[in-house]
Design a binder for this molecule. Structure first.
Ligand code: MOS
Length: 736
């Protein structure tokens, strides 16, 4: 059912409080001092001038910070230990990347702290650094595949190189993708409230309150009961809140040292210091028969990582999962750079990997003089040949059909440069998208109260995706209650255990847990009702009863009803509590590949004189299982499409390799689309109902909206201009 966000009014009127907006008595403000040096050693930090500023309480550096236990041991990235050693703020005199914090100035006002921060003098002895992926990618190495959820490339099928060499039609393409930085509207920040009995209430911008609590309590040696982490409202995160950020460690460090409440919030420029989508290089080779049958597919990628950690993501595997090729070989390697560790960003890996395969497929279609959709259908994978598993469901074929029809693809002249409108060339392109359908585990507690209200509780997060709304909806639908009578509580580490909100898995995970606890509650209500004297439900079975409008009724005799609150009253209960732990059906799921799919069709208008591209029309057809709320799901896809356009045309963080520093670190220089860049976006949800992916039949819609969009834009630019662009963003200098 399409329903607007329950938290919409609170957000647009400013009543919703974000992490750095929570008030606290006697609050101190921490401002980070960072170094522009890419690699080196801190020789001396002079804080005297900063300390002399009225209002400054302390300047914390590696020399006077409180003791911390090992982040190497206790840092958690999603569900797995990281491979390597995470960045430790103010740990020692080593400088690992440009933008690294070297001091935290703490003052009674933000202004004093900010001013004093400019007066801290850090003398850093620079050492040689390397931030140029293209210069070192030749020496790339295999990654350590320790991270949970990371699948190394599958074993080769056949001899792909030999098959490629003999193939009648060949495509060999190299791709470059620059780094991108997460820029949610809400900056990373934390307000740590130092309360009674030294209890810390930490309002943090995070995608998982319990993950942050775990790290803080372990690293600072605090009992879990001394730390509560809250993230009721999150103004976007896109993966930047999967890992606890240095802000929360710094704010907590200061609060513990000074025994005061402390807030630390990044500036927009500092948002470019703590993680990014890694730069990557890729090469795709496709060999095909004249009829389009793929004979060979190779896909190699080198991703950037830091010297401290192996950041790994699935980049190449999607290619041979999307297309059936007789021979296939995939490779994925890493190169270490002196940047901060890369981090998951919306559709990590797929955003680059699927771009490369989808552009290469378009090029192949062009060489074969074959329709791009027909080429994809010719090599359609009804089965996951990587894993030799069936798909739990895969309606990608229907995505192609429905999106093509809505777009009007049939009228497309095959040759590039055949459509023009005024001074603009017009091009139509398409691409496929795919992403995993994941499910984690979660607990939900339900409380049905005598006043007829249902409270559902779990430490889920709503990073702006609509979790609150959708979970309330699932609970209300399951119990046959009005939305107003259901309250969903989230965003607090004291609530029952829930995973981080990431990987587009929250609906399949938390939603299934909500469904599960509601079914338990129904069962309990049925048991209570049938025990009443002369109960009309005495002999009925559980599946004979239904729930609607706050009543339980007999399915075959609809006028036999009882109000839920009357069941409680008759049993002498003030409230009824149920608990449920949702564990994925792993044994069943293991027999399938679970994935979501999309088909993206795009129209561009290109002004050749200026090299400017306008994306005038996008149709995105999504197959992502059952859609629980068409309105919030559609918003997710639109957001993804906008980001895809951004990747295609605008976003890139460029490093000056002499300085080893990302240079364009604000919205004046790091470009994202504005309203005027966005035209028609049409979202189609293709029907799927996947009971293997989750008991709700839902898979998840967060990341898929992005995947394939930039490829569709690239392919449309080729159709408009005859020009193939192999790197993103496709800025005017490349298009001209
Ligand atoms: Mo996302 S990159 O799963 O937050």
């Amino acid at each position: 059912m399409p329903l607007p966000r329950l938290d919409g009014p609170a957000k647009v009127t400013g009543r919703a409080r974000y992490a750095a907006e929570h008030p606290a008595g006697d609050l101190l403000y921490g401002v980070i001092v960072d170094t522009p040096v890419a690699r080196g050693r801190i020789e001396r930090i002079d804080v005297r001038r900063a300390m002399a500023v009225p209002g400054v309480v302390e300047v914390i550096t590696h020399e006077n910070r409180p003791r911390m236990r090992s982040l190497d041991l206790f840092y958690k990235d999603m569900t797995a230990p990281v491979t390597g050693s995470p960045f430790k703020p103010l740990h020692d005199d080593q400088v690992h990347c440009s933008g690294q914090p070297v001091a935290l100035v703490v003052a009674t006002s933000f202004e004093a702290a900010r001013h004093a921060a400019t007066l801290v003098e850090a003398q850093v002895a620079a050492e040689p650094h390397q931030t140029d992926l293209m210069a070192v990618r030749g020496e790339a190495r295999e990654p350590s595949p320790l991270r949970a959820g990371f699948k190394p490339p599958p074993k080769p099928r056949g001899d792909a190189e030999a098959a490629y060499a003999q193939a009648p039609v060949q495509v060999d393409a190299e791709f470059h993708h620059g780094a991108e930085h997460h820029n949610p509207m809400e900056l990373h920040g934390s307000t740590v409230i130092y309360g009674r009995n030294r209890h810390l209430t930490v309002h943090d911008k995070t995608q998982g309150s319990q993950n942050v609590r775990w790290v803080l309590s372990r690293v600072f040696g605090l009992p879990k009961s001394r730390v509560t982490v809250k993230n009721e409202f999150v103004g976007g995160a896109f993966g930047s809140g999967l890992r606890p950020q240095p802000t929360v460690l710094l704010a907590t460090m200061a609060a513990l040292k000074l025994e005061r409440s402390v807030r630390v919030v990044l500036t927009r420029q500092q948002m470019f210091n703590f993680g990014h989508r890694p730069e990557s290089w890729q090469r795709v080779k496709l060999g095909a028969a004249p009829d389009g049958q793929l004979l060979a597919l190779t896909h190699d990628a080198v991703g950037a990582t830091s010297r401290k950690e192996d950041y790994v993501e699935v980049v190449v595997n999607w290619s041979s999962q999307l297309y059936r090729s007789e021979a296939a070989r995939l490779g994925y390697q890493l190169s270490e750079l002196d940047h901060y560790s890369p981090m998951d960003m919306r559709a990590p890996g797929a955003a680059h990997g699927v771009h490369a395969i989808e552009v290469a497929m378009d090029e192949l279609a062009h060489r074969l003089q074959m329709d791009p959709v027909a080429l994809r259908l010719k090599n359609y994978a009804d089965h996951d040949y990587n894993e030799d598993l069936p798909f739990s469901s895969k309606e990608l074929r229907a995505c192609y059909q429905q999106a093509a029809e809505r777009f009007g693809w049939e009228g497309r002249p095959p040759a590039p440069r055949s459509m023009r409108q005024g001074r603009e060339l017009v091009g139509w392109g398409m691409a496929s998208g795919t992403w995993d359908a994941m499910q984690m585990f979660a607990r939900v507690h339900a409380l049905l109260r005598a006043d007829g209200k249902l409270v559902l509780r779990t430490a889920a997060s709503d990073i702006g995706t609509g979790t609150l709304t959708v979970m309330t909806q699932i609970g209300a639908a399951a119990m046959g209650m009005a939305m107003e009578d259901v309250r969903f509580e989230l965003g607090d580490s004291n609530l029952p255990v829930a995973p981080i909100e990431g990987g587009s898995s929250h609906v399949a995970t938390i939603g299934s847990a909500v469904q599960g606890v509601c079914e338990r509650l129904q069962h309990k209500l049925w048991e209570l009702a049938r025990k009443q004297p002369q109960s009309p439900f005495a002999t009925c079975r559980f599946h004979d009863v239904g729930f609607a409008q706050g009543f339980m009724f007999l399915r075959f005799e609809r006028d036999v009803t009882v109000r839920l609150t009357d069941i409680l009253a008759a049993a002498g209960l003030k409230e009824l509590e149920e608990k449920y732990l949702m564990l994925p059906a792993v044994l069943k799921q293991k027999k399938y590949t679970r994935a979501v799919h999309s088909a993206v069709f795009c129209e561009v208008k290109v002004d050749e004189d200026f090299g400017t591209v306008r994306v005038t029309r996008i149709v995105s057809a999504i197959a992502a299982g059952r859609i629980m709320n068409r309105q919030t799901a559609r918003s997710q896809i639109i957001g993804g499409v906008v980001w895809g356009i951004s990747q295609a045309l605008h976003e890139e963080t460029q490093a000056d390799h002499r300085l080893g520093r990302f240079m364009n670190r604000d919205f004046a220089q790091y470009h994202v689309p504005v309203n005027a860049d966005i035209h028609d976006i049409d979202v189609i949800f293709v029907e799927e109902n996947d009971r293997i992916a989750s008991r709700l039949g839902a898979k998840g819609v967060g990341e898929i909206g992005l995947v394939g969009v930039a490829a569709a834009v690239c392919n449309a630019i080729h159709h408009a201009t005859g020009r193939r662009i192999y790197s993103l963003p496709m800025t005017p200098d490349k298009v001209m």
